[in-house]
Write a protein that binds this ligand. Sequence first.
Ligand SMILES: [Fe+2]
Ligand SMILES: [Fe+2]
Length: 248
Amino acid sequence: MALRKLEGLKAWHQYFSKNRLNVGDIPWGLKETLTQDERRCIGKSIAAFQLGEYSEGRSLFKFAQEYAARYDDEHLVEITQLFIREEQNHALLLKRFMGTHGMSLSTRNWTDTVFRRLRKNVGYELSVTVLITAEIIALVYYAALKECTASVVLGKICDKILADETAHVEYESEVLNCIRNAKPKLLRRAANLQHRILFFGTVLVVYREHRSVLKRGGYGLREFRSACWSEYRKAFGQKGCARITAQA
Ligand SMILES: [Fe+2]
Ligand SMILES: [Fe+2]
């Protein structure tokens, strides 16, 4: 695999270190009641996303450690730790909201299982590829979830997660763009094609599983696919390595 030392991670390390202190502007003290209709619309879907947000990140951390050791990188391991903590915080925010409203948590979900398996034993590049696929789609999902209820708290949780995920997608796309740009043309094309196949397959699965939220949020299948694709293009379109550069 054509992996290279990544330069320019210092700025991302500073970002993640600073963002650790940003708890979001969430008015937890507000007394709110969800209607039956709102609960029915978001219940199963939010439980699946809550489950998906929580991960110990062991595989990703191991891959990052291997990568960092191989290329003597001083920031990647700590960035990955901070990143995993942010994801766990997303799970905690959703869990707290669900607990406030007596909503059941999910302990098992087939899409979550598939995504966890896909990220295992594949190395750093593919692990990040699978991760960013879910995160790009999550950008559209959380925008839709925000529209599904009148809850101010849920709206603010979505805002916080969306702000974090926007940065995650930017960071990971820079990493992937650099790794891919360092490959020979044919391998780069193959990596891009493989990613697009995974991406569109995932878009269809997420739509099927979460259409109650997506429809209420204003996304039919066509709109959802097009919004997800637009986020994908933002991440991988014309942009090269904005801050991070790869060295042989
Ligand atoms: Fe997240
Ligand atoms: Fe994320």
